[in-house]
Design a protein around this ligand. Structure first.
Ligand code: ZN
Length: 134
């Protein structure tokens, strides 16, 4: 584990939430991106070495839409940056940890990501992420 990569926050509309982080907290926006695979639009806001990831569903089928429906908007996941995502997943699997993604998929900003089942972390969805430069 290298650091907390980002904190994912589920929102109905990025435009309604970005102002608080940008104008009140003074964070800089890294731009928006649609991640088709997850049916979400994401906006990243930088804070030191970490980022806030705002997630807006692009379809009612999106896991984010379902999350908001159940729990309302709010913190959705914690993302840890790892050196080697494949090795980390293999090590977790060996320890019997339940994974949502047994193999990494493509995330925003050309990263490889995988989710650990929230049951393992007592309700907190954990994302592992590896940037492509490694
Ligand atoms: Zn994320």
């Amino acid at each position: 584990m290298k650091k907390i990569s980002h904190i994912g926050i589920a929102v109905e509309k990025i435009a309604d939430y970005v102002g608080f982080y940008r104008d009140i907290l003074g964070l800089s926006v890294e731009g928006e991106e649609v991640v088709e695979d997850q049916k979400v639009k994401v906006a990243f806001l930088t804070v030191g070495e970490t980022r806030i990831e705002l997630l807006e569903p692009t379809s009612p089928e999106s896991p984010i839409a379902k999350f908001i429906e159940k729990k309302g908007p709010g913190v959705h996941h914690l993302a840890f940056e790892v050196e080697d995502i494949v090795a980390t997943l293999a090590a977790m699997k060996e320890k019997g940890i339940k994974l949502i993604d047994e193999t990494p998929r493509c995330g925003a900003h050309h990263t490889k990501i995988a989710f650990v089942h929230p049951k393992e972390s007592k309700g907190v969805l954990v994302e592992l992420t590896q940037s492509e430069t490694h």
